[in-house]
Design a protein. Structure first.
Lengths: 135, 875
């Protein structure tokens, strides 16, 4: 099983630092950035599997970033993160193609379950696109 | 500019599922993935529903964060199901999404935090401007003080309130809103260390936060105005006045009061009181009571009275609510020790009618609190004060009783009052809140003759909170770790401190050395419904850890051992319930849009998007339709010719499989054998269908009657034309590693099998559908009955309608699923010949037994009820 490559996008520095460390400890490859523009640059330049994207950021907000990422890399799975438990925002995010929606703060195990599930989906979709089933 | 905005417009276009022509393999793969997603989300949604239903029972605590999180999780899962069904069904149900949207918006509206109207955002209110109607602005304590002073015209010390708007402005100015909320949601009552850490963090944030100039100025102005009114510069008591405090819930003693504060220390004292919002006991209290986490906090600054004596009074005696007395407790100096339960006070029971003192109990009053000239307070030992005499004279007690009853009369309900007697002999009421008295009625045990014979009475004390309970003793002091208190134990402590709220949810009963029925902890015990006996003097010295005792809080007795006669009469499960809390109401209303299921019967006319009222309805609809789609899918596949690979095994039909992921080993050529089938469920099915005992390919003696019946049917049913054409045509299966979807028309039967078989039993299922077949009605009905009965014996849930059999097997382990699929494979083939083998009067049970025993010969001669020689050959 190859290492899952995560991109963590959030403007709250303390949160990003803590979370990325904990993810790395669990064996995930993590890069971080604090803005939507930064995220776009990174997904254009390097391969990522799953993006953890904060909904509310100054400048390019979460939804805009989500759509932009999908245009550039349609197979990447995006999980939206929000400190705001708004159903409308969650549903809108899903309708714009986010694969899941996570509230801040949530337990690391819950978050990882969603990350793994998103990665699994991506893998399956890549197989279909590739044609032959990979073992 | 225009191009850019157009680009943005396109960029923000709603994501649409990729619509692929249904007759391509790509469509199948997408459908399969969407289907998998859908059933996963459905499972998780149902678990969320079960969790919500459990909380609605009222025994487990939760707060608004829980409600929000759950609501969002439910909405995202159901949203995903709607989107998956869209893909799966090629947009067959466009009305579903708007219905979902409408429900989702209703839930959102329920959860929207009420934004307080910032119309009149006064920062400071003088006491003269306050009454009960302003409790949203100044909190319960300040509003009640104003109500007592201005409406009930009772003596209340002058002061002013710093409003909740000031608090909000303070938080906004220091950007603390988000930080507080983030830490707050990390709270977990079970992890005591983390809890305390978070509590400390939060308190630190507030104690050191910068106070905006505007607010500091307003506070000092308020103080200066007070000085002008009273003619000198008084010391004040700075007390919490949270919204909701001193109302339905007492919050007794949970927040800090800072006493004897001068002008210079006012701002610091203000911050200190705000910080106590997040003390561990306060946090525990709010979580246990289901109070929404955003508690607006106001502060009351009240002139300090030079107290000769002070204490608490209850307009109904909480220890003996039916006795028609009220209770007064007090001690020298400031009222802190009495309220805090750290002193053994004087107490009086006064009859409400006639105002006569019926009982007076002298307390040891070994410590008292007095104000220091330079600010703050000090605790004095009894050596300095005359500890022998009562702190109130009899006439003073009566006068106080009158005041207390006046307060009760004004509010129309029993009240608990904090009073002060100044050095010139005048009373003031400092605080007032509704008195909570536990239910007495349902309890039948131990009435007049109070002491139960045969059991040793270890202690006597003051009943403070009614009830009766038994458990092992656990001694705790205020500084001890609440986490180590075992559930169901009897809390034994020296003082009756409100800090013990931390363990109230777990304690069977409470016994203390010192304290009064009128005091904060007593209030809390009554609120939580925990029986309490206080002021026993010697509890901590007498009782041993883990000793079993029975606390009879009705009579103030503690027995050795478990006294079953007392415990037997207890009312069912005390109301330690969330049901009376505000947040419960929110969950209830939100749950009404999520949990109830209206769409019960997939065959009923109301099984449609338009009839969906809740998220559960939508999930049910999507789930059912998704299965239907998957069943139909393999039918559509007949048009797909590429990538369909023939299975070269002995089968009564031609089987072609389409692999959508891991279903076949990379095929070498045009066909595969069973050895190359990687799909476990397909393999199991094939094993069954190719079972050696099923000798379908050998010519068997056929009942002429049976044969003719079949032939007649096929000639005379033009509507079965399609079936006839398909006789002997190809059957198709869509396979993946853990999945298969098989449909075929074997002979005159239509059968479809859809199965998922993975490691985890929760996702596993087998769906089986069978319809029709040739032969006359009688045989057809028999056949269906046979199939239905066999499947039921194989643990399927079976539904029969006419000649349609619909069966499902859910959530069994992998091996069981595979075994059942094997049986289904055999069944599919065995029933093929049954048309011609089944004598009309043969009982179905015989065939069932034969099949389950592995005998597929269905030998014509051996059937019971076989036709006699005379009948044979007759058409």
């Amino acid at each position: 099983m190859r290492v899952v490559r995560l991109l963590l996008v959030d403007d709250e520095a303390r949160f990003v630092e803590t979370l990325s460390k904990r993810l790395a400890l669990r064996g995930y490859y993590v890069e971080t950035t604090c803005s939507g523009a930064g995220a776009l640059e990174l997904v254009g330049a390097k391969p990522f599997d799953v993006v953890l994207l904060d909904v509310r950021m100054p400048g390019m907000d979460g939804l805009e970033t989500l759509c932009a990422i999908q245009r550039v890399q349609p197979l990447i799975k995006v999980i939206l993160i929000s400190g705001d438990a708004s159903i409308g925002a969650a549903v809108e995010g899903m309708r714009h193609g986010a694969v899941d929606y996570v509230l801040k703060p949530s337990s690391l195990d819950d978050l990882l379950a969603k990350v793994d599930s998103a990665f699994e989906k991506k893998r399956l979709e890549e197989e279909q696109a590739g044609g032959t089933p990979a073992r | 500019m225009r191009i850019r905005s157009l680009g943005r417009l396109l960029g923000r276009r709603r994501w649409r599922p990729v619509v692929v022509r249904p007759d391509t393999t790509a469509a199948l793969s997408l459908s399969y993935l969407a289907f998998k997603d859908l059933i996963t989300s459905n499972d998780e949604f149902l678990e969320l529903v079960a969790d919500i239903e459990q909380r609605l029972e009222g025994y487990t605590a939760f707060d608004t964060t829980y409600v929000r999180f759950r609501a969002v999780a439910c909405a995202t899962h159901v949203c995903r199901m709607v989107m998956c069904l869209d893909t799966l069904s090629s947009r067959r149900y466009p009305e579903l999404d708007p219905v979902f949207g409408a429900i989702e918006r209703q839930i959102e509206a329920l959860l929207a935090a009420p934004r307080g109207t910032r119309s009149s955002a006064a920062l400071i209110y003088p006491l003269s401007a306050l009454d009960a109607t302003l409790s949203d602005k100044v909190g319960g304590k300040a509003a009640n003080a104003g109500e007592l002073a201005n409406k009930a015209h009772l003596p209340v010390p002058d002061g002013f309130a710093v409003s909740v708007d000031a608090f909000a402005a303070l938080l906004a100015h220091a950007h603390l809103d988000h930080a507080i909320r983030a830490r707050h949601t990390e709270l977990n009552c079970e992890d005591v260390t983390r809890f305390n850490e978070t509590s400390n963090d939060l308190q630190q944030l507030l104690t050191h936060c910068p106070v905006p100039q505007e607010i500091a100025a307003a506070i000092l102005e308020g103080y200066d105005a007070l000085c002008a009114r009273v003619g000198f510069a008084p010391r004040v008591a700075v007390r919490s006045s949270a919204v909701g405090e001193d109302g339905e819930m007492s919050f007794a003693g949970q927040y800090t009061s800072v006493l004897n504060v001068g002008r210079e220390e006012l701002i610091d004292a203000y911050r200190q009181v705000l910080a106590s919002l997040y003390s561990a006991p306060a946090l525990f209290y709010r979580t246990a009571r289901g109070i929404p986490d955003d508690v607006p906090m106001a502060v009351l600054c009240m002139m300090m009275v030079e107290a000769a004596a002070s204490g608490i009074a209850c307009s109904v005696n909480p220890g003996a609510p039916d006795s028609g007395t009220l209770l007064i407790a007090g001690s020298w100096g400031l009222g802190v020790p009495t309220a805090a339960g750290s002193v053994s006070p004087d107490s009086w029971e006064v009859s409400r009618d006639g105002l006569a003192i019926s009982r007076a109990r002298e307390g040891s009053k070994e410590t008292s609190v007095e104000a220091r000239a330079e600010g703050g307070v000090r605790w004095i030992g009894s050596a300095i004060r005359p500890a022998a005499a009562f702190c109130l004279s009899d006439p003073q007690v009566i006068e106080l009783a009158r005041l207390v009853l006046a307060a009760e009369a004004h509010y129309g309900s029993a009240q608990e009052v904090e009073w002060v007697l100044d050095s010139s002999g005048r009373f003031s009421i400092v605080q007032c809140r509704p008195l909570r008295i536990a239910e007495q009625s349902a309890w039948a045990g131990g009435d007049a003759a109070t002491i139960v014979a045969g059991h040793r009475v270890l202690l006597t004390g003051v009943p403070a909170s009614a009830g009766c309970a038994s458990g092992p003793v656990c001694c705790l002091s205020e500084s001890d770790d609440a986490g180590r208190f075992p559930p169901g134990a009897v809390l034994v402590a020296r003082h009756s401190s409100p800090a013990y709220v931390r363990v109230m949810r777990r304690a069977a009963a409470i016994v203390t050395d010192i304290g009064a029925a009128a005091g904060h902890m007593a209030s809390l015990a009554r609120e939580f419904g925990v029986p309490a006996v206080l002021d026993t003097r010697v509890a901590t010295a007498t009782l041993r850890a883990d000793q079993i005792v029975t606390v009879d809080a009705r009579h103030g007795l503690v027995y050795e051992g478990a006294v079953s006669s007392l415990l037997a009469g207890r009312p069912a499960e005390p109301a330690r319930t969330m049901k009376t809390t505000p947040v419960y109401g929110t969950l209830r209303r939100v749950a009404d849009l999520i949990v109830p299921l209206n769409l019960l019967d997939p065959n009923a006319a109301n099984f449609s998007p338009g009839a969906c009222r809740t998220l559960h309805d939508i999930a049910r609809f999507a789930h059912e339709k998704a299965f239907e789609q998957m069943f139909r899918m393999s039918d559509h596949v007949a048009d797909v010719t590429q990538k369909a690979i023939r299975v070269s095994e002995r089968l009564p039909f031609e089987l072609y499989v389409i692999d959508i992921g891991g279903g076949l080993q990379p095929p070498a050529g045009e066909s595969v054998t069973m050895a190359e089938v990687g799909s476990e469920p397909m393999l199991a099915l094939l094993k069954g269908m190719t079972h050696p005992a099923l000798r379908w390919w050998e010519p068997r003696r056929v009942s002429l009657a049976g044969f003719l019946s079949v032939a007649t049917e096929s000639m005379m049913s033009p509507q079965d034309d399609a079936n006839v054409r398909r006789l002997g045509e190809r059957s198709y299966a869509i396979v993946a590693e853990a999945y298969c979807n098989f449909s075929s028309r074997i002979g005159y039967h239509f059968a479809a099998v859809d199965a998922y078989c993975g490691q985890s039993p929760t996702r596993n299922y087998v769906s089986f559908r069978f319809k029709g077949g040739a032969a006359d009605d009688l045989r057809r009905a028999k056949r269906c009955e046979l199939i239905a009965t066999i499947l039921a014996r194989l643990d399927f849930q079976v539904e029969r309608r006419g000649d349609l059999v619909n069966a499902r097997l859910r959530k069994f382990p992998r091996q069981v699923i595979l075994d059942r699929l094997d049986q289904v494979g055999r069944l599919l083939v065995a029933t093929r010949q049954l048309d011609m083998r089944m004598a009309p009067r043969a009982p179905v049970e015989w065939f069932v037994q034969a099949f389950l025993a592995g005998d597929y010969s269905f030998d014509h001669e051996e059937q019971p009820g076989r036709p006699t020689g005379a009948e044979r050959g007759a058409p």
